[in-house]
Design a protein around this ligand. Structure first.
Ligand code: NAP
Length: 250
């Protein structure tokens, strides 16, 4: 008999957490991915892929699998999934905990321009043509078609297909982590004047933020969406220490 645990993932932390729990004979852990990337990195526990069909679909899943603990370790911008998780845990009466990465904090020398949404980021670039580095998901790129005057360098995990309707866009596929020295070369080599990014937090994508600070490059930073109030911690270790208090001994 094991405790069945579902981790909502898509982040490095979710993978690390699953890895730490994989060898523990008290737990049967499953990791859930949205299926946003074509070839997700290998995971240390069984994986299921794709949406559940809203909060009710997830609640059904939790009941059917007799899940004893739901862990929301999704990306901080995956707000819909986080809201669904809270509602599903309530409906299925399953305890839940969230693993939430702290946002990056502004440091001296950062030239950050905070905006509330992708369309606001597009406006913040202004009318004058600029050389822009975009590190956003595919759905978030479409609004930039409204600003074809800029020269874009777009980095994504999977190729952007079909390409955007932009006359001056170049594409780069790569998967993090990205270190500062490489990001610095990329920014300099492409004469980037401004970066548009999410405040993802964590070290894996911070290299471009540090490089921008060193080079005096502006960063248009899309602020985080509002997430539901729920018991949350900000490290894998804290999740592990909480689990023993939440789940009864076997
Ligand atoms: P979202 O808007 O919160 O989720 C949309 C729907 O996708 C959810 O309602 C759910 O479908 C499904 N979903 C999301 N995460 C899931 C998971 N772990 N397991 C199973 N289904 C999941 O999130 P998003 O559309 O994926 O992304 C929003 C933002 O987060 C974007 O900025 C994106 O770049 C960023 N982001 C997301 C991920 C990720 O793994 N999702 C990773 C990195 C960055 P149902 O309602 O049908 O259950």
């Amino acid at each position: 008999m094991k405790h069945s645990i579902l981790i909502l993932g898509g982040t490095a932390e979710a993978r690390q957490l699953a890895g730490q729990m994989a060898g523990d004979r008290r737990y049967a852990v499953e990791l859930s991915l949205a299926g946003r990337t074509r070839s997700p990195v290998e995971q240390p526990v069984p994986v299921r892929i794709g949406g559940f069909g809203g909060a009710e679909g997830l609640a059904d899943y939790l009941r059917r699998r007799d899940v004893k603990l739901l862990i929301d370790a999704t990306h901080p911008y995956a707000a819909r999934m986080s809201h669904n998780a809270v509602e599903a845990a309530r409906l299925a009466e399953v305890p839940m905990i969230a693993l939430r990465r702290e946002p990056w904090q502004r440091q001296e020398g950062d030239l950050w321009h905070d905006v509330g949404s992708v369309p606001q980021a597009v406006s913040a670039l202004g009318d004058r043509p600029r050389r822009v580095f975009l590190t956003l998901g595919r759905q978030e790129l479409l609004p930039f078609e409204a600003a074809p005057q800029h020269h874009y360098l777009i980095r994504s995990v999977d190729p952007i297909e079909p390409a955007l309707d932009l006359p001056q866009a170049r594409y780069l596929t790569d998967r993090g982590p990205f270190v500062e020295a490489d990001e610095r070369s990329l920014l300099q080599g492409n004469e980037i004047e401004v970066i548009v990014a999410k405040n993802s937090g964590g070290p894996a994508s911070y290299g471009k933020i540090a490089a921008a600070r060193a080079l005096g490059i502006e960063v248009v930073l899309i602020q985080r969406p509002e997430l539901p109030e729920v018991a949350s911690v900000d490290s894998v270790e804290e999740v592990l220490s909480r689990i023993d208090h939440i789940l009864p001994p076997l």
